[in-house]
Design a protein around this ligand. Structure first.
Ligand code: PGA
Length: 250
């Protein structure tokens, strides 16, 4: 059985004080839930402070990005061992905003994924098609390419620890969601691709849906057999809606 993962991607939101307030609220509201794994991914500068708050709670901590080198002259970058030592468990890699605004390639995603594993972090690898690609019937080609290149060279054991987030780009922050059935079909396809490269590990690996996940669509998404949770952007910034989403996934 795959345990669903609901992860909140806060993106570039919340000062340390605001972040701590939200986390303290979430700790109270989400206390005792263990049928679903819950992670929050605040901005990097807040990770160390929040790590102290979530220690010994059911909230896991995720970063939104990292660099693949361990240390050195890479001004402005943060390495996987640095994240690990402040108590980070997960790291989002290859989010469409990183790909679009910071020109991240599938090859860079792959280097980051390998570096994350080396530091015992669990990557959440994001894939998904643009609206134009979807309209031209290229959704499967796009995600196949991203999955194959992003996961190249991993072992089946690592695969089990990895999470994929299928996020159609046109659904991110737009209020539009893929229908639960459509999302399920693409996710089933992604699992087949992974199975063809890595065998049965694919059935243990979690694949989330992301893109305008809200309290009013999470239940339907979670009834789909292939959808193992959600990567939540905007709605993860509000304690009411994030709590409802977690509860909707139970
Ligand atoms: P959204 O973002 O929920 O605000 O659409 C999802 C994401 O970018 O991970």
């Amino acid at each position: 059985m795959r345990k669903p993962l609901i992860a909140g991607n806060w993106k570039m939101n919340k000062t340390l004080e605001q972040a701590e307030e939200l986390v303290q609220d979430l700790i109270q509201r989400l206390q005792g839930i263990d049928q679903v794994e819950i992670a929050i991914c605040p901005p990097a500068v807040n990770l160390a402070g929040i790590s102290n708050l979530v220690k010994d709670t059911n909230l896991r901590l995720g970063a939104q990005n990292m660099y693949w080198e361990e240390s050195g002259a890479y001004t402005g970058e943060i390495s996987a061992p640095m994240l690990k030592t402040v108590g980070v468990n997960y790291v989002i890699i290859g989010h469409s905003e990183r790909r679009e605004y910071f020109a991240e390639t599938d090859q860079e995603v792959n280097r980051k994924v390998k570096a994350a594993f080396k530091a015992a972090l669990r990557p959440i690898v994001c894939v998904g098609e643009t609206l134009a690609e979807r309209e031209q019937g290229q959704t499967r080609d796009k995600v196949r390419e991203q999955v194959k290149a992003g996961l190249a060279g991993l072992t089946p054991e690592q695969l089990v620890e990895l999470v994929i987030a299928y996020e159609p780009i046109w659904a991110i922050g737009t209020g539009k969601t893929a229908s639960a059935e459509e999302a399920n079909q693409v996710i089933a396809y992604i699992r087949r691709i992974v199975r063809s490269g890595f065998g049965a590990s694919a059935d243990l690996m979690r694949i989330q849906y992301g893109g305008s996940v809200k309290p009013d669509n999470i239940v339907e998404l979670m009834t789909q057999p292939e959808i193992d949770g959600a990567l939540v952007g905007g709605a993860s910034l509000d304690p009411d809606s994030f709590t409802s989403i977690v509860r909707g996934a139970l």
